[in-house]
Ligand binder design. Structure first.
Ligand code: ASP
Length: 417
């Protein structure tokens, strides 16, 4: 069996057995034991194997991407196109989410008792979230420049790591060839080593994916889905429409590839994103799929995709817009158009700032809630279903990154897809 089929098999088997456990043995001691001691560790080891490659991978691929472009003016063009595409696809995604949540009003009918019950059961989890730094302003921009790149790497501050790598690559391009060559060869070798480690990690993927999905599905309460059903449906429906319509259209027009072929070729990535809920953990797979399946030149893939994993989150942006308006509706707060515009802008901006890790956008959503006068702790109401929605939005985030790479590669004449 091919690896991507094995992964898919792990996903389906994990989901089926997790759901079976939840239905036939809800809350059983042995089930919890199995999750804590077998399924979760299996999933975590796989996730960590991938995550441990992310810092060297981002450093190597961005440095080589920039050095490969060669000249700073070209780099500006490539970067400009990339960021413009990110902004366009993210904005389209938020508009879709806001349109749906205004039309369907999933929060309007929730009764106050359900609201209070949900709030109580998940409130303890909001404390950890509120502790996160959710302030936004000029300092956010300053923080992109790390004081110490090693510390930034240790903290997982990917925007800062990216900035350092951009500078590193740009500096290399300005040096005479014979001086730059040893460092370039070193970074190339670093990239190769990391790619090998990722290969090792991916052999664990079928088992790891099984563990991750089993841990979620066996714990997941369907009752919650009932209470939050319409909200969940709006988020998932919006994500599905964004992927099937908007992204597909962009793949065809801007990427020059048939959408069906595109979705078929990238499915290994989608499965990895879905089961890890992390754009960062999926990045190694994303780069491999872009180069091998979509035939995108390594210098484009290595530049666009690491940026995308951190900055381009279509799914997260849509989810943020829907969630903020949903919670406003639950509390009977009517947001005027001008306030919805604020939600729109903040959703786009915070999706850029959110970390590509599970639940990375939650602290930022609390900030958006506060800025339009909805109590930020009310996020507790949706925390119970967040893991499921995280899986779905991360899948769309990663798909969006691949469409961006396809577009940039084609416009640079480097795509063979
Ligand atoms: N988990 C998402 C990602 O990694 C971020 C988020 O929306 O929480 O792409």
């Amino acid at each position: 069996m091919k690896l991507h089929n094995q992964i898919l098999f792990g996903l389906l088997l994990g989901a089926a057995s997790g759901v079976a456990v939840h239905v036939f043995a809800p809350g059983a001691e042995w089930a919890r034991w199995t999750v804590d001691n077998v399924a979760s560790p299996m999933g975590q080891i796989f996730l960590r194997m991938l995550l441990m490659t992310v810092v060297p991978l981002v450093f190597a691929s961005i440095t080589l991407g920039v050095a490969g472009v060669g000249d700073v003016r070209q780099l500006g063009r490539l970067g400009g196109k990339t960021v413009a595409y990110f902004l366009l696809s993210t904005a389209l995604s938020v508009v879709l989410g806001l349109a749906l949540v205004n039309a369907l009003r999933p929060g309007a009918g929730m009764d106050p008792e359900t609201r209070a019950a949900l709030f109580e059961s998940y409130r303890s989890q909001t404390e950890g979230l509120a502790a996160g730094d959710a302030r936004f302003g000029i300092q956010t921009l300053v923080n992109v420049v790390p004081r110490n790149p090693v510390r930034a790497a240790a903290d997982g501050d990917m925007l800062a790591v990216i900035f350092f790598a951009l500078m590193f690559g740009a500096a290399l391009t300005t040096m005479p060839n014979e001086r730059a060559a040893p460092m370039l060869r070193f970074v190339e070798a670093l990239g190769d080593v990391v790619a090998k480690i990722i290969d090792f990690a991916m052999r664990l993927a079928p088992v790891g994916v099984f563990g991750l999905i089993f841990a979620v599905t066996s714990r997941f309460g369907w009752e919650l889905l009932g209470q939050l059903g319409l909200y969940v449906a709006v988020v998932i429906g919006g994500l599905a429409i964004h992927a099937a319509v908007t992204l597909s259209a962009m793949v065809r027009t801007l990427g020059g590839l048939g959408p069906l072929r595109f979705w078929k070729r990238v499915r290994a990535c989608l499965v990895t994103a879905f089961s890890t809920s992390s754009s960062n953990a999926t990045l190694p797979t994303t780069i491999a799929v872009a180069e091998r399946e979509l035939k995108i030149a390594p210098r484009v893939a290595g530049f666009v995709l690491p940026l995308g994993a951190t900055m381009n989150m279509n799914g997260t942006a849509l989810y943020e817009g829907v969630t903020v308006l949903f919670l406003a509706q639950v509390f009977g707060i009517e947001l005027a158009w001008s306030q919805q515009l604020v939600v729109f802008i903040l959703s786009v901006v915070t999706a850029i700032g959110a970390a590509g890790v599970p639940g990375g956008s939650l602290p930022l959503i609390m900030m958006v809630l506060a800025s339009v006068g909805v109590p930020p702790e009310s996020i507790a109401i949706i925390l119970g279903v967040d893991r499921l929605l995280d899986m779905c939005r991360t899948t769309v985030n990663v798909a969006g990154d691949l469409t961006a790479a396809l577009y940039v590669a084609r416009s640079e004449g480097g795509a063979g897809a």
